[in-house]
Design a protein around this ligand. Structure first.
Ligand SMILES: C[S@@+](CC[C@H](N)C(=O)[O-])C[C@H]1O[C@@H](n2cnc3c(N)ncnc32)[C@H](O)[C@@H]1O
Length: 281
């Protein structure tokens, strides 16, 4: 069942109401540091896919000399980012793109590869359906320069929206939803913001990346505590880092993967439905 609402329009309301900024006023410092470490020395090209209003794009423009292509389906988010970073847009360091994968594909040139592609804080999970998520990963893989990497984070089904999952299970049994899919709401400015989300099991996340031609470099916790706590409180951020070091990965609030393009032999030896990777945690 397709979401019976527009994800883009609902994200417009989420950003316009400022509720998103209240909940997530800045980037997760450890994710930002990891992204910055992955950017090549000089003149790197980054794609922030599902950039929102620039929670990662803005500090990356300020702290690195990379050029950023920032793509999102929400007009409110892209307008806000373009306004905030007008100077970077003028200088050619930021190119905001309003639209989805198909718009991005038609916007960037064939020879304009990326050194790094990021999909931060559940962007992949907001893409309906499994087939489109897979197409998204495969298309983004094709946009990476040789040696380029992708950083993706997804929500952990074992930590999120239990009631919604219970309700969605029945719809999945009846064939209306794919397993792991939920619909949920956030209240913003007396407005109900409707959301679609695919919640991931760790093995599924790893498998989805591998099936789309990636070789995993690392999989860890994006955070253990809820992201909204981690980005609003320095003490909670440090407690979160401690928890991330000692807790099993399965307890993470969200999973974070760094991956690169698998070599041809690696891709050929992995059948499309290979068994789960032997991840522990
Ligand atoms: C949870 S927000 C994350 C935003 C940003 N990456 C961050 O960390 O703050 C998810 C974002 O994905 C965008 N999004 C959802 N579906 C998308 C799609 N099919 N293509 C591009 N962006 C999409 C939404 O508009 C929203 O800005």
């Amino acid at each position: 069942m397709r979401p019976p609402f527009s994800v883009a329009e609902n994200y417009d309301q989420y950003f316009a109401s400022q509720l998103y900024d209240q909940r997530y006023p800045g980037p997760n410092p450890s994710s930002l540091a990891l992204i910055a470490r992955e950017i090549p020395g000089r003149g790197g090209r980054i794609l922030d896919f599902g950039c929102g209003n620039g929670r990662y794009t803005v500090p990356l423009l300020e702290r690195t000399d990379a050029t950023v292509i920032a793509c999102d389906i929400s007009r409110a988010a892209i307008d806000e980012l373009s306004l905030r970073c007008a100077r970077h847009v003028e200088m050619g360091r930021l190119r905001p793109v309003l639209g989805d994968l198909s718009v991005l594909v038609h916007t960037i040139g064939r020879d304009e590869g990326f050194d790094l592609v990021i999909l931060m804080f559940g962007v992949l999970g907001h893409i309906f359906s499994r087939a489109l998520r897979q197409e998204t990963l495969a298309t983004l893989r094709g946009m990476l320069r040789p040696g380029g990497r992708i950083i993706v984070t997804v929500p952990n089904a074992a930590r999120r929206f239990f009631k919604r999952q219970a309700m969605a299970r029945r719809l999945a049994r009846e064939g209306h939803l794919e397993p792991g899919d939920i619909f949920y709401e956030r209240i913003a400015d007396n407005t109900v913001v409707k959301m679609y989300y695919h919640l991931y099991v760790l093995e599924e996340f790893v498998r989805e990346l591998e099936q789309q031609g990636f070789r995993l470099i690392r999989v860890g916790a994006e955070s253990v505590l809820p992201e909204s706590s981690v980005v609003r409180s320095t003490p909670l951020y440090w407690i979160d880092r401690l928890l991330a070091a000692i807790m099993p990965l399965r307890c993470a609030y969200g999973f974070l993967a760094v991956a690169e393009v698998a070599s041809e032999p690696e891709r050929l030896t992995r059948p499309p439905h290979a068994p789960d990777s032997g991840l522990s945690g």
